[in-house]
Design a binder for this molecule. Structure first.
Ligand SMILES: [Zn+2]
Ligand SMILES: [Zn+2]
Length: 258
């Protein structure tokens, strides 16, 4: 399986709108971060996890065309705003129906924002043969998406839950402040874990931060951990220098082979 980091940034990416770089060195290309999203590939199976505001740039860079599914972790804008481009996928690339995976709350929020894409009474211009359809995610149930055997689990993310997902010995935990016990138990024996580290210090009560991530790694002992959802307090070189050898910062376009 190949995991591509399409975006390693926090909600507003790096730099922020208006070209603010915070602590990040603008000369290092690893500090330029798009909104958080990953792509899973295995043979001809492709699963997109989240479709944020930078989807167009990410789809251009990685030629994201036909997909086996889109998995939504939760309905914050940085994870769903790229839905606007769904008609392009459906019309030009998707030669079959496209399943959209989300829990009920996320589905409702997406349907509120892009009501015209899901109302059969309205003629959305899907000129291809396929149509999008929903598959509701029940956390801790298994889903077969293309070649991927997905196990979604709940994560506490401020006032809402987000979904993490485990696929074999890989797991993705974006947008998490803490884990319910039953989810934490699912994060043992991982080869690769990608986890939210929004800020270096504990500045955002919906997200994790460096010290907490390192505590989790000590307990769970994944072979390799990548920190993602990085805001502009995290300069790639300065923070990388503080990390043990089994932890690294994610960066855009990083490919992880499992
Ligand atoms: Zn986010
Ligand atoms: Zn979020």
């Amino acid at each position: 399986m190949k995991v591509t980091i399409l975006g390693s940034g926090s909600a507003y990416g790096v730099p922020y709108a208006g070209n603010s770089w915070g602590a990040c060195n603008p000369a290092n290309p690893k500090n330029r971060r798009l909104a958080p999203s990953i792509l899973l590939e295995e043979g001809d199976s492709r699963l997109l996890v989240d479709m944020g505001p930078d989807f167009k740039a990410q789809a251009e860079r990685h030629e994201i065309r036909e997909l086996d599914g889109v998995f939504f972790t939760h309905p914050h804008a940085d994870h769903i705003a790229g839905m606007f481009h769904l008609p392009i996928l459906m019309s030009y690339y998707q030669n079959r129906n496209l399943p959209l995976y989300a829990d009920r709350f996320t589905r409702k929020e997406i349907e509120k924002n892009w009501w015209y894409m899901f109302d059969p009474a309205i003629n959305v211009e899907y000129s291809g043969p396929g149509r999008p359809y929903w598959t509701e995610i029940i956390p801790y149930s298994r889903y077969q998406i293309g070649k991927f055997d997905i196990l979604p689990f709940n994560q506490q993310h401020g006032r809402i839950n987000s979904l993490g997902l485990r696929v074999g010995d890989f797991a993705y935990s974006t947008d998490v402040r803490s884990f319910p016990e039953e989810s934490f138990a699912l994060l043992k024996n991982l080869k690769v874990w990608i986890v939210d580290c929004n800020c270096e210090k504990d500045q955002d009560k919906s997200h994790s931060y460096l010290e907490q991530c390192l505590r989790w790694v000590d307990e769970l002992k994944p072979e390799m951990t990548y920190l993602t959802h990085l805001d502009y307090t995290i300069d790639y070189d300065a923070v990388s220098a503080k990390l043990p050898s089994n932890v690294a910062l994610a960066y855009d376009n990083l490919e992880i082979i499992l």
